[in-house]
Design a protein. Structure first.
Ligand code: ADP
Ligand code: MG
Length: 698
């Protein structure tokens, strides 16, 4: 039995450790840096570094690393040992304040989108004292921001920290206007729910597509999929349960508040949700979750697939980004309280979010764009690519009443009657869930549901914080000059509802009618990544980021480059893997099977000359036709891949070419392969099937 309270955060240099290990004055100075962003002197850094090192050595660490999040979307680390030679030919273990505060990894091989020439490789990592250091695999990991020599952000953390700063500033202005004198800081609270698949490692390793691309590029529909809904919340199988137990334990040791685990809708699909924490830490923790999911799966001879769409025809994986605003003294600013219609402060924050989502739908769409996520959005398993907000019946009634200045009569919270007397009664939630909405108000937080399972939540939260900060800034500007504060608040709320209600949609987002209705409302619908990304450079988007100091124009341009190039590269790898698998495995295997069928038919004919080998002959015909079709399709696919080089100089055209030509050719090719799989004897099919993969773990 493990004692969870004992192991929780045992590998983390957190507040309680700092308090016990640091001299009082140092602790106080460090807290001021963390809370108020005051600069840290080298002297203080030296003391912190030394205490950190001693603590890490006790934990068995030999190395330290600046742990950072380059634009690849995953984490990077370069390990240095603590050793330093001493005069007597031995070594001592050393770690200085300078080493804690700043690192200089060679940045030349990380994507920079033109922010840094390869000849100017210098990049800096800078300690982020707002996220605790921790020991992982014998290394002291120091969360850091990563930027270029010129100070431009080369990572996902820096813009997130900047965006958290701006939303703090603007939200504090509003709070002060409402007479709040006790709060000193507004944080974003974030709880990302993580979906993933687990498959048997042995089967996984037999498929090059899974190895190279993280998703299956072929696979006929298995006889059983998710139609019985018998996996969702089902009993967790023993092998998965063992895996989950170890995962929880390791996450707890790192201070990650892993809370909920359950089976998801698709076979072999699961979910992990932590308790929410501040945006920056939640984002770091989610990186650790993804890393440990993969690592611990391996120890159990499993592979964790984080790809958004590992299997066609089976639900893909997302990451619900639960988001709210919370003061340092614990007030959730999106909590409507008992009487939301009277709660002007809540309504103002609520309206800020509605207006932000409406005005910057495109930025939210862009923040979750990627080749993997393109498969999910609009595929009737995840929200469409159209951004809208679900607010539920109660809030709908509130804003309807406010808009026309009318009276709002509160619906009594109904008692939930289960019909079973032994079950204690409880009040129903004021609104049902709407699983189809991309952005839902769920009682006291918003839930952004378009995020892909493999994506860092830093990007989406950077956008969300910035666009909401922008609305709060406009509101604060107006309110600070108002003669009658309360009247002005009401006016802003009413105006916002009137002007932005088109973004509110409480119905089923999966229907064709909604797509038409959204178009009528003028909502944007960027179906693919290459369509969406270029809008990052639209004037209004550049303006909002630059004016809040979240991204400079050069940094945005670099994101534009990186995202589009990354899209093209991803499709390129997938297309080449597909071609390789077809030419080297599928076509030869099917040909061999055709040969066997022909031999059988031939020898039967010599024994039973009067009976036709109908089975063999029909199969040979079908397989030969399909195999020829596949061969022609893969030739076209290879031509399509070659054709891409023409567009190399224009990254937008390049990405669009991959979408419209290469990806289209892949889809055509796949059709032949999947039909072949349906008609080929199991022992001749070169790969484990969907059925094998999805039902492999017991
Ligand atoms: P669901 O029914 O969608 O699973 P839960 O209420 O269990 O919703 O919460 C899902 C996630 O939302 C959890 O990670 C939880 O910690 C997080 N969450 C709850 N309240 C907040 C909040 N105020 N701010 C941010 N995240 C929150
Ligand atoms: Mg949820």
């Amino acid at each position: 039995m493990i004692d969870v309270t004992e192991i929780f955060a045992c590998e983390v240099f957190n507040d309680s450790v700092m308090r016990s290990k640091l001299p009082k004055a140092t602790y106080k100075t460090l807290k001021e840096t963390v809370n108020d962003g005051k600069p840290l002197s080298l002297e203080t850094a030296n003391v912190v570094a030394s205490a950190m090192k001693d603590w890490a050595l006790e934990k068995g660490a030999t190395h330290f690393t600046h742990w950072f999040q380059p634009m690849t979307g995953i984490t990077a680390e370069k390990h240095d040992s603590f050793i330093s030679p001493s005069d007597d030919g031995r070594i001592i273990m050393e770690f200085s304040g300078k080493e804690l505060i700043k690192g200089e990894p060679d940045a030349s091989s990380f994507p920079s989108g033109g922010l840094r020439e390869t000849c100017e490789a210098r990049g800096y990592t800078a300690w982020d004292p707002t996220s605790y250091a921790f020991v992982k695999d014998g290394t002291l990991c120091i969360p850091t921001a990563f930027c270029s020599y010129g100070g431009e952000a080369l990572d996902k953390k820096t813009p997130l920290l900047r965006a958290m700063e701006t939303i703090n500033t603007q939200a504090m202005r509003i709070l002060r206007l409402f007479g709040n004198t006790t709060a000193n800081h507004v944080y974003t609270s974030v709880g990302p729910e993580q979906e993933y698949f687990l498959v048997d490692k042995n089967l996984h390793d037999q498929r090059k597509d899974l190895i190279y691309t993280g998703r299956t590029l072929f696979g006929a529909k298995p006889p059983k999929g998710q139609e019985l809904d018998d996996h969702y919340f089902g009993v967790i199988k023993p092998r998965v349960s063992e895996f989950m137990k170890e995962l929880d334990t390791e996450l707890w040791k790192l201070g990650v508040l892993s809370k909920t685990k359950h089976n998801e809708a698709a076979p072999a699909q699961h979910e992990l949700a932590p308790i929410f924490t501040t945006g920056n830490i939640a984002s770091d923790h989610n990186q650790l979750v993804m890393e440990l999911l993969k690592k611990i799966a391996h120890k159990h001879d499993l592979v964790c697939l984080l790809h958004e769409k590992p299997f066609a025809g089976v639900n893909g994986s997302g990451k619900h980004d639960n988001w709210s605003l919370i003061t340092d003294d614990g007030e959730n600013l999106l909590n409507p309280g008992k009487t939301p219609h009277d709660n002007l402060q809540f309504l103002l924050f609520f309206c800020a979010v509605i207006k932000a989502v409406d005005e910057y739908q495109d930025l939210l769409r862009i923040s979750i764009a990627g080749a993997g996520n393109d498969h999910r959005l609009g595929a009737h398993e995840a929200p469409p690519a159209i951004v809208s907000v679900f607010i539920g019946d109660q809030m709908q009634a509130v804003i309807d009443a406010l808009e026309v200045d009318g009276d709002y009569t509160e619906k009594k919270r109904e008692k939930m009657l289960t019909g079973a007397h032994v079950v204690p009664g409880f009040s129903k939630d004021t609104t049902d869930r709407n699983r189809t909405s991309p952005f839902a108000f769920t009682g006291n937080k918003f839930e952004f549901r378009m995020v892909g399972s493999s994506q860092s939540v830093a990007g989406p939260n950077t956008v969300l914080n910035t666009i909401v900060a922008e609305q709060l800034r406009c509101f604060a500007n107006e309110l600070e000059g108002a003669k009658d504060f309360k009247k002005c608040v009401v006016e802003i709320i009413q105006r916002t509802i009137r002007n932005h209600k088109r973004i509110v949609f409480n119905g089923n987002n999966y229907t064709e009618e909604w797509v038409k209705e959204a178009e009528r409302r003028g909502l944007s619908n960027y179906k693919s990544t290459p369509e969406a990304i270029p809008h990052i450079l639209d004037k209004k988007n550049v303006d909002v980021f630059t004016s809040h100091g979240v991204y400079s124009e050069a940094e945005l341009r670099s994101r534009y480059e990186i995202y589009l190039e990354n899209y093209a590269k991803t499709i390129n790898i997938e297309a080449r893997t597909m071609s390789d698998m077809i030419r080297k495995d599928i076509i030869p295997s099917v040909s061999e099977y055709i040969g066997i069928l022909s031999d059988t038919a031939f020898s039967r004919k010599s024994i039973l000359p009067d009976i036709d080998s109908i089975v063999e002959i029909e199969l040979i015909k079908t397989l030969t036709e399909l195999n020829s079709g596949l061969y022609m399709a893969v030739k076209e696919l290879d031509e399509a891949i070659k054709g891409a080089s023409k567009y190399k100089d224009d990254v937008e055209e390049y990405a669009k070419y991959y979408r419209n030509t290469v990806f289209a050719a892949m889809n055509k090719t796949r059709e032949f392969a999947d039909k072949l799989e349906e008609n080929t004897a199991s022992e001749y099919w070169p790969y484990p099937t969907y059925g094998d993969l999805l039902f492999s773990v017991d």
